[in-house]
Design a protein around this ligand. Structure first.
Ligand code: HPA
Length: 254
C-alpha cells in the first residue's frame, strides 16, 4: 500500500491509536511545517501524521504554512494524504457530528501562499484541478464507512473561507446559493498544493456545528467541542478500518 499521511485538524492533534516509531523535524524551502511529522504504525501500515494547527493547537487557519506542511509530508515519504478537517454544516444532511467525504471545493480564501509555482522566470504550470479530491481514495474511505455501517455523507461541496472568524448568516446564504454544503477554513490551498506535488488527496470533513444562520442559537465553543469529540471518535474508527482493509489487500496482493 502507498504510504499514507494524515493531516489532523481541530480536534485531532494526536492519534491515540498510532504506535509511534519516530518523530522527524523537517526543514523545507518554504520554512517550517506546523509540527513534526510523527511516523507510526496503525493496523499494520506505516503512517505519517502531521498536526495542521501545531501541537498544541496554536496556528490559525490563515497562518498555517500549507506549502511547508505538504512539502514536509512529501519529503517524509507520503504517497497519499487523508486530511481531517472540522467544518460547519450548511445543507440539511450535514448535521453536527456527522462525517462527510467531500467531492468538490469552492475557494473563498485569500492572501495565502497557495502555489509552488511562484518563482519568477520559471515556466508556470497550470495543474488540472477539475476534480480536486482523488476519487480512488475517496471511494476507499466511503467503502470503509460502509463496512463499519457508519452513516456518513459520501459527497458534498466544501466552501473554504478565510477565517479565523466564523461567517455571517448572509455569507452562508451566499455559499449555499453557490452550491456549498460545508464550510471550513483549511481545505485550500492544501488540496491544490497536494495536486501540484502530485500526491493523491482526500478529506474527511467532520461537522462541528450548523453554519451561521442555520440554527436558532449562537454557535458556541462547548457545542463545537462536543460534536468534534463524537466526530473524531468516528474518524479514528474510519481510519482504522481503512488501514485494516489496506493491510488485507496488501497481503492478498503479495
Ligand atoms: N465555518 C467555517 N469553518 C468552520 C466552521 C464554520 O461554521 N465550523 C468548523 N469550522
Amino acid at each position: 500500500m502507498k504510504t499514507t499521511a494524515i493531516i489532523g485538524g481541530s480536534g485531532l492533534t494526536k492519534m491515540g491509536s498510532l504506535k509511534i516509531i519516530e518523530q522527524t523535524h523537517q526543514q523545507t524551502p518554504y520554512g517550517l511545517p506546523s509540527s513534526a511529522c510523527t511516523i507510526g504504525e496503525l493496523c499494520g501500515q506505516t503512517i505519517i501524521f502531521l498536526a495542521r494547527h501545531g501541537d498544541p493547537h496554536t496556528i490559525a487557519p490563515h497562518k498555517v504554512n500549507y506549502r511547508a506542511n505538504l512539502w514536509a509530508l512529501k519529503q517524509a515519504g507520503a504517497e497519499q494524504i487523508i486530511a481531517v478537517a472540522a467544518v460547519g454544516g450548511i445543507t440539511p444532511e450535514m448535521q453536527p457530528a456527522r462525517i462527510a467525504i467531500p467531492e468538490q471545493i469552492i475557494d473563498y480564501s485569500y492572501d495565502r501562499e497557495h502555489t509552488y509555482f511562484a518563482a519568477e522566470l520559471e515556466p508556470v504550470n497550470h495543474i488540472d484541478f477539475s476534480y480536486p479530491y482523488d476519487e480512488n481514495l475517496r471511494q476507499q474511505l466511503i467503502n470503509s464507512a460502509t463496512a463499519l455501517q457508519l452513516n456518513i455523507q459520501p459527497n458534498g461541496v466544501y466552501g473554504c473561507t478565510q477565517g479565523p472568524r466564523l461567517e455571517t448568516a448572509a455569507e452562508i446564504t451566499r455559499l449555499q446559493r453557490d452550491g456549498c454544503d460545508l464550510v471550513g477554513m483549511t481545505g485550500m490551498p492544501e488540496a491544490a498544493l497536494a495536486r501540484e506535488l502530485e500526491i493523491p488527496y482526500a478529506c474527511i470533513a467532520v461537522v462541528a456545528n450548523w453554519a451561521a444562520g442555520k440554527s436558532s442559537g449562537e454557535i458556541s465553543m462547548p457545542e463545537i467541542i462536543k460534536n468534534l469529540e463524537q466526530g473524531m471518535t468516528d474518524t479514528e474508527q474510519l481510519l482504522q478500518q481503512f488501514f485494516i482493509h489496506a493491510s488485507i489487500q496488501g497481503s492478498t496482493d503479495d
